[in-house]
Design a protein around this ligand. Structure first.
Ligand code: HPA
Length: 247
C-alpha cells in the first residue's frame, strides 16, 4: 500500500475528521501491540494513515506508549513521511496557548523508554546521526501549508521532552529554559529517533495547550483549560495537512 502521509495524533486528536473510505488495520509488530489500529483513508485525493498515540480513548500514558510498535506499524503499511502532532506547554513568551510551532531541535529528558529498534539481544549497535532531529523539507512543508491557510505558525524552537504523565515543577521548567528549551511535551521522544532509524521523513506540529509551569501568570495549570485550548488548536490540523497534501 502506498501512503502519502502518516499522522500520529496526540492528546486531543484521536480521530482524523474527513477521512473517506476508511479502513482499520490491526498491525502485528515484533515489538508488541501499537497504541491501536492504524486507520487509512483518502483525504483530499491522497492516501493518509492515522494513529492515535494515546489510543482512541486516551488510555495510554506518555511513558507507556509503545513507540517502537507505533512506528513499525506505520512503516510496515508503507508510510514514509510522518507528521507527529504533539500537545505541548509553551516556555518561550511568544509560545502561548493555541500557538502552532514546528520545532527544529530536541532535548530528551525521558528515561526508561526503548529508544532503538536495535535494543534487542544480539542486534548490531547503531549510532545514527541525529544532529538535526527533524526532516527539514517536511518542516518547511508544514510551515508553508499553515501560512497558505492564513494561520500564524512559529518556525523553530527546542522541544524538551519530559517523562510525564505529571506536569513539571516551576524549577524544572526554569532549568529547561536555561537549557534552551522553548516548548515542553512528553511524547516527542523516542518517537523522533525511531523514525530516523527507519529512515522516515519526520516532523512535529506542536500545539501549545498552556504556558508551562511558571512560564505564564497562572499559579496552577488547569487541565480543563489545557483541553479547551487543545480543541481550538487541533481544529487547525486537518486544513494544514490538507494543504500540505495538495502542495
Ligand atoms: N508539560 C508537558 N507536556 C505538556 C504540557 C506541559 O506543560 N502541556 C501539554 N503537554
Amino acid at each position: 500500500m502506498s501512503i502519502d502521509l502518516a499522522v500520529i495524533g496526540g492528546s486531543g486528536l484521536y480521530q482524523f475528521e474527513g477521512l473517506e473510505n476508511a479502513e482499520r488495520h490491526a498491525v502485528e509488530t515484533p515489538f508488541g501491540p501499537a497504541s491501536g489500529d492504524v486507520v487509512t483513508g483518502d483525504f483530499r485525493g491522497k492516501r493518509l494513515a492515522f494513529l492515535a498515540r494515546h489510543g482512541e480513548s486516551h488510555t495510554v500514558p506518555p511513558h507507556r506508549v509503545n513507540y517502537r510498535a507505533n512506528l513499525w506499524a506505520l512503516h510496515s503499511l508503507g508510510a514514509r513521511r510522518i507528521v507527529a502532532v504533539n500537545a505541548v506547554g509553551g516556555i518561550r513568551d511568544d509560545m502561548g496557548p493555541r500557538a502552532l510551532v514546528v520545532p527544529d531541535q530536541i532535548i530528551d529528558y525521558t528515561h526508561g523508554r526503548y529508544t532503538s529498534f536495535n535494543d534487542v539481544e544480539g542486534a548490531e549497535v547503531r549510532h545514527i546521526d541525529f544532529s538535526e532531529p527533524y526532516t527539514e523539507s517536511l518542516r518547511q512543508a508544514i510551515l508553508a501549508a499553515a501560512r497558505a491557510e492564513g494561520l500564524p505558525i512559529i518556525d523553530g524552537g527546542c522541544h524538551g521532552i519530559t517523562q510525564g504523565p505529571r506536569l513539571e515543577t516551576r524549577a524544572e521548567i526554569a532549568r529547561m529554559k536555561r537549557d534552551g528549551c522553548d516548548l515542553v511535551g512528553m511524547t516527542g521522544m523516542p518517537e523522533a529517533v525511531l523514525a530516523r532509524e527507519l529512515d522516515l521523513e519526520f516532523a512535529c506540529l506542536a500545539l501549545v495547550a498552556n504556558y508551562a509551569a511558571g512560564a505564564g501568570d497562572e499559579a496552577e495549570i488547569s487541565i480543563e483549560e489545557i483541553f479547551a485550548h487543545l480543541a481550538a488548536a487541533t481544529a487547525n490540523v486537518p486544513p494544514i495537512l490538507g494543504r500540505l497534501l495538495a502542495g
